[in-house]
Design a protein around this ligand. Sequence first.
Ligand SMILES: Nc1ncnc2c1ncn2[C@@H]1O[C@H](COP(=O)(O)OP(=O)(O)OP(=O)(O)O)[C@@H](O)[C@H]1O
Ligand SMILES: C[C@@](O)(CCO)CC(=O)[O-]
Ligand SMILES: [Mg+2]
Length: 329
Amino acid sequence: MVTSSAPGKVYLFGEHAVVYGEPAVPCAIERRARITAERRGDDRLRVNATDLTLDGFTVEYDGDATGTPDVDVAEPLLEEGMGYVNEAIEQARDAADAPDAGFDVTIESSIPLGAGLGSSAAVVTAAIDAATRELGVELDAAEIADRAYHVEYEVQDGQASRADTFCSAMGGAVRVESDDCRRIDDVPNLPFVIGYDGGSGDTGALVAGVRDLREEYDFAADTVGAIGDIVRQGEQALEAGDLEELGELMDFNHGLLSALGVSSRTLDAMVWAAREGDALGAKLTGAGGGGCIVALDPDDGTETALRYTQGCESVFRAELDTEGVRVES
Ligand SMILES: Nc1ncnc2c1ncn2[C@@H]1O[C@H](COP(=O)(O)OP(=O)(O)OP(=O)(O)O)[C@@H](O)[C@H]1O
Ligand SMILES: C[C@@](O)(CCO)CC(=O)[O-]
Ligand SMILES: [Mg+2]
């Protein structure tokens, strides 16, 4: 039996645009998904994911090696919920050359689902690590990142960047531009405050919405390009440790994401509350549609403002997590 964990993330800049080859800077945060994988005597996969509810079901998933579900839940719903874990286990079987390996998998996570904090990437990354180790194979973080990317790519219908999965596998602040993925060293202390509206967005649908806009209007394509410019400027501000400029660029980045249609009423309300609470800057994080915003604020103002904001369900600070995927003792 092996337990591995991997962190979630916030985007300082660049989500969505990164899907079209612009750079992005996600940062791992100290909230993790923990996956325990135990080899079974047969080729079946049983997943116990108590955080995941589908229309009121708590999912206990029973599938054989080909992933055929054996529970009384409509298959599309189950696919949606279990696709990431299923594909991650497929990657582990492939890496260990053990196509018939069965597992009991347990998922525990402190990352809200579908809320822009990279829960899918953390679950996939930790699952690949735990299941391969259980099969006696140790992959390096770069290979786990690569395999996890292919899982997100498959499950999100061919629309995914390497950003979330690379960040979760490596930890720290990273820079991803197409296939070029690297860690950023010597980042200043980033005082992240997160506001969560309790909701979620559909990553696949939101990415598809931006793709359609980009194809329809040149100015939407230009907006995606402008997000890339913000990221390049933001990298210089990060290197200089200039938190004021980082904040200003985050505000700008939120405006452009909003123009691309991926914000929401509560995300906008939380962003404005953070600004009124004297945050250095604030933006939605991840796919959007609902879920979380991230603000930069070394003082209490943003937390206080968000606590009084209608639609904001919880507020918490997040520290940069310099560790990526790891085996738990
Ligand atoms: N604790 C968990 N247990 C089981 N599955 C999980 C868990 N957390 C996440 N998942 C899987 O990840 C999916 C959510 O991924 P999605 O990409 O939509 O959101 P996210 O990764 O949290 O946000 P974003 O991609 O915007 O950062 C869930 O529907 C589920 O399939
Ligand atoms: C919206 C997106 O850019 C980030 C989701 O966390 C999608 C992706 O990069 O795969
Ligand atoms: Mg995701």
